[in-house]
Design a protein around this ligand. Structure first.
Ligand code: PGA
Length: 253
């Protein structure tokens, strides 16, 4: 059975005080939720990763970076390597979040290098995929998501891919208040799992966790999690309130 996984993506929000305060409140609130029943991670901005990791060190909550660079060191001004993230206590890293694809302009090829570098550096990547509204309307959801998965994982062995979590996040649902219906989420997750079975093997496809993201909230978490192939939630806006995030964790556990 796949263990449910809830990750809170804080994006470019919080400050030095509120990031640690929120981490502590989430750690305290999740004490009553058995850590063996759900994996929980928070994704603070780079500059607060270390203090948040320290605040969470006695808890079971993992720290996830929002991005990573694929080179291991050198003259890459402004970038951060997997080894650096590992060094300060990160376990996970988001790769190819929709805002990085569509606002910053990251390509499948770049994201693939990041996924590979994360795994080599001992991090567990969360590869984010998802279609634009125009692509869904043009019935291209399956083609777009398949391309992003194939290119994002290109060249990686089944063994390496077993370190990966997938997050299906339809772009039209991110930060818009529009959530995919549980059925739309299930359809996409089922497609992804079948694709992974074809690319690797059935066992790997059954084991890999596929999270849904896009306006996940306390009031829709349970119905999304009730879908067979929805193994967790990548939460943006609702992860910025400790109480809402804890409610989502409870719904997923
Ligand atoms: P949202 O963001 O929950 O605010 O829609 C999700 C995400 O971008 O991961």
């Amino acid at each position: 059975m796949r263990k449910p996984f809830v990750a809170g993506n804080w994006k470019m929000n919080t400050d030095s005080h509120s990031s640690v305060d929120m981490a502590k409140r989430i750690a305290l609130g999740s004490l009553e939720i058995a850590s063996h029943s759900v994996t929980v991670a928070v994704c603070p901005p780079f500059v607060y990763l270390q203090t948040v990791a320290k605040a969470l060190s006695a808890s079971s909550i993992a720290v996830c970076a929002q991005d990573v660079y694929y080179e291991s060191k050198g003259a890459f001004t402004g970038e951060v390597s997997a080894a650096m993230l590992k060094d300060i206590g990160c376990t996970y890293v988001l790769c190819g979040h929709s805002e990085r694809r569509h606002v910053i302009g990251e390509t499948d090829e770049l994201i693939n290098k990041k996924v590979a570098a994360a795994i080599s550096g001992g991090l567990l990547p969360i590869l984010c995929v998802g279609e634009l509204l125009s692509e869904r309307k043009a019935l291209q959801t399956s083609a777009v998501v398949s391309r992003q998965i194939k290119n994002g994982l290109a060249g990686l062995s089944a063994e390496k891919v077993s370190a990966v979590t997938i997050a299906y996040e339809p772009v039209w649902a991110i930060g818009t208040g529009l959530t995919a219906t549980p059925q739309q989420a299930q359809e996409a997750h089922d497609l992804i799992r079948k694709l992974l079975a074809g690319m690797y093997n059935g066992k790997l496809a059954e084991e890999i966790r596929i999270l849904y993201g896009g306006s996940a909230r306390p009031d829709n978490a349970e119905e999304l999690m009730a879908q067979d192939d929805v193994d967790g939630l990548l939460v943006g806006g609702a992860s910025l309130k400790a109480e809402d995030f804890l409610a989502i964790i409870r719904a997923a556990a």
